[in-house]
Design a protein around this ligand. Structure first.
Ligand SMILES: *Cc1c(COP(=O)(O)O)cnc(C)c1O
Length: 369
């Protein structure tokens, strides 16, 4: 069986380092706001090329807290894509603002900057571009719309740890950027975890305050916040894994290149990458007609695949009250029926990648002839 991702294989390679890091925390018993939290925040900020980072409970909270710290709230609109995980829009709704969906580009499946521009109203306060599958959005275009329309920019970089646009890392473009360290992400903890990074230290202070019960000191509460802190055990894991992130991303790139070579003549679409972008291949997503048949065939051949995501957010029951019907965002809707995520993780090997490519090629002959 070839899995979509394999966290056990990763642990086997770094077990000593992880176990030692966790034992150190157990010995110190500094479980909340411990030494590793501050150290990880510094190391991750440096990695992203920004001034600071605040560790929080998960990636959803990271987006929520960044927006709240930027002053987004009831009565505001925040624009994001319909082709993303629901966490992005949930975080917007949590602030009291309304998520406004836009379509993605036909080829990269990332935010369409022209659609962003058209969606801006006098109520629009911010935009949340999503660096889906590990490839960054066209940040030149997104930032130019944001500047012209005076919008705050919060990058959803939950799938893009280490990705670059024109050589600069994800997280260093927006007013703030948000990361998830969910176990399956390129940089993953051993439980829920997230972070907000920014060059704006006042903004980071507000995020830290909101994430810790609105506290300025132990029992002085500036306002109501939430309890959403990165705990020390997770920070200790993340410090170890951050040291291996570039190597892991490099391995993902190698497997992405291998898929591309092996599938070069295939009668379906491979991922499209912009010249300015350096993706980190959180997912390797092909587009096949009759996707469900392909997925079934892969399962029969003992290869796990994924669909990220099968139904665009504007068609989810959760957003029925928005009144957006099928046809509202045709590019995202069409993609949702075709996308198939192939096994992708650093510990893959040539044999597994070949088996995946062969299975897809033979299925294409069966299904598409
Ligand atoms: C994983 C993910 C999130 C949310 O992260 P959690 O840590 O699971 O809350 C947000 N946005 C995107 C695009 C994601 O993939």
């Amino acid at each position: 069986m070839i899995k979509l991702t394999d966290l056990k294989a990763q642990y086997a390679l770094i077990q000593k380092e992880i176990d030692e890091a966790l034992r150190t925390v157990l010995g110190r018993a500094d479980f909340i706001k411990g030494e590793d939290v501050g150290a990880f925040e510094k190391e991750f900020a440096a990695y992203c090329g920004v001034k600071g980072c605040v560790g929080v409970g998960n990636g959803t909270d990271a987006v929520y807290l960044a927006l709240r710290a930027l002053g987004v709230g009831p009565g505001d609109e925040v624009i994001t894509v319909t082709h993303t995980f629901i966490a992005t829009s949930e975080a917007i709704s949590l602030t009291g603002a309304k998520p406004v969906f836009v379509d993605v580009l036909e080829d990269t499946l990332l935010m369409d900057p022209a659609a962003l521009e058209r969606a801006v109203t006098p109520r629009t306060k911010a935009v949340v571009p999503v660096h889906l599958y590990g490839q960054m959005c066209d940040m030149d275009a997104v930032l130019s719309v944001a500047r012209a329309k005076k919008l705050k920019v919060v990058e959803d970089a939950a799938q893009a740890h280490g990705a670059r646009w024109k050589g600069r890392r994800a997280g260093s473009f927006g007013d703030a950027a948000c990361f998830s360290f969910f176990p399956g992400k390129n940089l993953g903890a051993y439980g829920d975890a997230g972070g907000v990074v920014s060059d704006d230290e006042d903004l980071l202070k507000r995020v830290r305050m909101l994430a810790n019960h609105g506290r300025l000191s132990k029992y002085a509460h500036e306002r109501e916040g939430v309890n959403s802190r990165l705990d020390t055990m997770q920070a200790a894991v993340l410090r170890v894994k951050l040291r291996h992130l570039d190597a892991g991303n490099g391995a993902r790139r190698r497997w992405a290149d291998a898929y591309r070579t092996l599938l070069a003549g295939a009668p379906f679409r491979l991922p499209v990458v912009r010249a300015e972008a350096e993706p980190v291949w959180h997912q390797f997503v092909v587009r096949v007609p009759s996707r469900d048949k392909f997925q079934e065939g892969m399962t029969k051949r003992e290869i796990e695949t994924g669909v990220h995501y099968p139904l665009p957010l504007h068609l989810q029951p959760a957003y029925a009250s928005f009144g957006l019907k099928a046809g509202a965002f045709p590019r995202a809707e069409k993609a949702a029926g075709e996308i198939l995520s192939l096994p992708m993780y650093p510990e893959l090997d040539d044999q597994k990648v070949s088996r995946v490519a062969e299975a897809l090629t033979s299925l294409a002959k069966e299904i598409l002839s």
